[in-house]
Design a protein around this ligand. Sequence first.
Ligand SMILES: Nc1nc2c(ncn2[C@@H]2O[C@H](COP(=O)(O)OP(=O)(O)OP(=O)(O)O)[C@@H](O)[C@H]2O)c(=O)[nH]1
Ligand SMILES: [Mg+2]
Length: 444
Amino acid sequence: MFDTLTDKLNAVFKKLSGKGKLSEADVDAALREVRLALLEADVNFKVVKDLLARVRVRAVGEEVMRSLSPAQTVIKIVNDELIATLGEPAKIDLSGEPPHVVMLIGLQGAGKTTAAAKLALQLRKHQQKPLLVAADTRRPAAIQQLQTLGKQIDIPVHSEPNTVPPPTICANAVKRASDGAYSVVLLDTAGRLHIDDDLMRELEEVKQKTHPQEVLLVVDAMTGQEAVRVADEFHKRVGLTGLILTKVDGDARGGAALSVRSVTGVPIKYLGTGEKTDALEPFFPDRLASRILGMGDVLTLIEKAQETINQEQAQKAAEKLLKAQFNFEDFLEQLQAIKKMGPLSQLLGMVPGLNQISKELPADVTDQQMKRIEAIINSMTRQERQFPEVLNGSRRKRIALGSGTSVQEVNQLMSQFKQMQRMMQQIKSGKTRGMFPGIPGLGI
Ligand SMILES: Nc1nc2c(ncn2[C@@H]2O[C@H](COP(=O)(O)OP(=O)(O)OP(=O)(O)O)[C@@H](O)[C@H]2O)c(=O)[nH]1
Ligand SMILES: [Mg+2]
């Protein structure tokens, strides 16, 4: 799903994360590449323009300049604005008295019949009693296709001879559901190759006769901007309440998904992600955005960190950090907290922008390094840990010997530690700000 786009965006962010502070020129260069990636993904040009304008305002503003990790802050801003472009999570509306009528419309082969079955299955899981309605009398095998699907998932299908006009079939089905036997009536209407007046008239008549609570347009995500155009026209002529974007599993680019909401104003409600009847996902803009960015699961990471790191301990460490009293004892404590969260390579894989890097690392190299750092700190005396400035040459030699490392490694740790202290000084003076302030010591 959206692999091509994800790869391209990842390449842009990887370049960024190699830099420390970002200049306005760095940000502009990166955003030019993001723009290209989005256009190549067939995202509507106006959507791209608006999105990047919003990102730029924030990215060259204080938000990034003041941040502890500029590259990741840029990723976060792009993520935020992608979410805004995708719209809000939109649930199917089943408020009020049943039966609720849900009408599925769309062009030929978009996936209406499949989506009807998927939706029925999902609604039954939510304690609804769905009735599927075969309202496609045009295509010879259409009624049978829905009946077969209905049998597969054990959900009843209302059908009538194909000589009965579809609006009548739909009205009869709603009547059948009105005695309380069914709570949702799903109308699987006929498709056409193109939008034509005949189709629109038929759909309007079905609408008049059944008063659907939801009119969902089923569109094929793989058709990119064509899907957006189709959605726009259907919305103008029939009036839609939502969209089901199908075949997202085969869509490497994501252009339709990213544009359709902005262009048409109609919310996406579901994504079809496969041919099987369980391949239907409710639409969550934030999850889709992180998939597009290949961000890994940042939320999981934050949750994991919150679970593992004792809040009180974290608070204390944060206060010390800010007072720049942070010493090797605190450092060790933080290191151990991180270790409890799991292998470092796995954690890196969950951090946006670092998941690529983590793939390139041998699985346990960073864990090895952590162990060595721990050994070095453990070989220090209490006084040395608390007051690292006493660590002169002979003490360093003793520590290297005691921890089975080299003086070089001890020196390296010392300079890393000093760097960290300097960073903390900057935070204290308000020059930088962390992206995840709740997770001190994690450095992200
Ligand atoms: N990979 C994938 N295939 C899908 C998805 N949804 C539907 N399909 C396939 O797309 C083809 C058309 O699906 P249908 O549900 O018959 O489409 P329709 O809109 O009802 O078509 P008409 O009734 O002819 O207008 C079928 O082969 C489905 O298996 C999806 O989310 N992913
Ligand atoms: Mg069909």
